[in-house]
Design a protein around this ligand. Structure first.
Ligand code: DP6
Length: 376
């Protein structure tokens, strides 16, 4: 018998929620208690890359993550994902070698599972002829909830649904819709150990009263407003909703019993910088959001980047630039510093030297991309 081998390599993006997913209706199926909305970030700067080879030569499935072999049976979500694919496609008899990499260090504290599962299901889908976005998003969701949104580029909404078949992501607008929008991730130095999202949200659903009010009353209205703000490219409205939703998510973390604290004092300084900056300018020009960790993800239009980042440099100076984690285009800086802005912010903030360990300057990008394929 002639050995048969097919191989595909896919890159998939990270996404950042502007209306957060926090809380499951069904733990096993990973269906959420509320809709969520996210921006997909450019794969040029942050991405997962997965190569899957299917061959009649392999004796068993193998999974390699960042160059290290993993035990598939230890990873329930990955095993479940493979079982799902095999149940949909009875022609997957041969074994698979799955090799995954993230182009950003785990130390960056950025959610890698969303990009990872979106990449895995896109690659498997390509090999086995499942290309429907809805179906791929249902499969990715079962690896990690937020992964279902990384199946599309641009801005994406995850419809909570009632069961597995009705819980999937849909694109609101594609990555060309809002070209002036920029995303800057301020990576905060952090020594504390986070509570993982999966266990954190479970504890919130079990103990927080606020989370149920949020899911039933707040998010449905907020999603309508957020979709409108995105479609109209209304930055002021988009920014306010994004910040309020991040704040509510962290209020729920605190309302969880025992409470969970994801933001640290550097995160709070970023919040003060953003609000101080917006107050000085007299309108909302910059927005922040924080996930289950201390890093700030900022949104602004391109014309604000130079002035705002000059302030970041003033108030969060780096002395250890060489160890820093930098990605993306060089960040513009203003040649002449706006001294009255510095003076205004100085009343609200103290300088936090070396409190950041990196800056990623990126934008909204496309969904998963096939970068290579071979068969013999
Ligand atoms: C705070 O998708 O990582 O980033 O479904 O248990 O894998 P699991 O959780 P995960 O949670 C992400 C939570 C969040 C908000 C969001 O991305 O919407």
């Amino acid at each position: 018998m002639v050995d048969q081998e097919r191989k595909v390599t896919v890159k998939a993006p990270v996404n950042i929620a502007v209306i957060k997913y926090w809380g499951k209706k069904d733990e096993k199926l990973i269906t959420p208690i509320n809709n969520s909305i996210s921006a997909t970030l450019s794969i040029d700067d942050l991405c997962a890359t997965t190569t899957i080879t299917i061959s009649s030569n392999y004796q068993e499935d193998e999974f390699w993550l960042n160059g290290e072999k993993q035990t598939i049976s230890d990873n329930k979500r990955l095993s479940h994902c493979l079982v799902q694919f095999r149940s949909l496609k009875s022609n997957i008899n041969n074994h698979l070698k799955i090799e995954s990499h993230n182009n950003f260090p785990t130390a960056a504290g950025l959610a890698s599972s969303a990009a990872g599962y979106a990449c895995l299901v896109s690659a498997l889908g390509h090999l086995f002829g499942i290309t429907d976005g809805k179906q791929l998003s249902i499969l990715a969701r079962q690896g990690s909830g937020s992964a279902c949104r990384s199946i599309y580029g641009g801005f994406v909404e995850w419809i909570a649904g009632d069961d597995s078949e009705t819980s999937f992501a849909e694109q609101i607008v594609d990555d060309n819709h809002w070209p002036s929008l920029r995303v800057i991730i301020l990576i905060a130095n952090d020594k504390e150990k986070d509570v993982a999202s999966t266990s954190g949200m479970k504890r919130s659903v079990e103990t927080s009263e606020l989370i149920h009010h949020r899911a039933e009353k707040v998010v449905p209205e907020r999603c309508i407003q957020m979709r409108k703000a995105i479609k109209e490219k209304n930055f002021t409205k988009f920014a306010e909703l994004t910040m309020r939703d991040s704040n509510q998510f962290h209020a729920i973390a605190q309302d969880t019993y025992p409470p969970i604290r994801y933001m640290n004092d550097v995160s709070w300084s970023i919040v003060s910088l953003v609000h101080g900056y917006n107050e000085f300018i007299g309108s909302t020009k910059v927005a922040y959001t924080f996930d289950a960790g201390p890093n700030g993800v900022l949104f602004m239009e391109q014309d604000q980047v130079g002035q705002f980042m000059t302030m970041v440099k003033q108030f969060f100076p780096f002395t250890n630039q060489t160890d820093g984690l930098f990605r993306g285009e060089p960040i513009p800086q203003e040649e002449i510093i706006n001294q009255s802005l510095v003076d205004y912010l100085s009343k609200k903030l103290i300088i936090k030297e070396n409190s950041l360990k990196g800056i990623i300057y990126t934008k909204v990008g496309c969904g998963p991309k096939i970068v290579n394929q071979q068969s013999n």
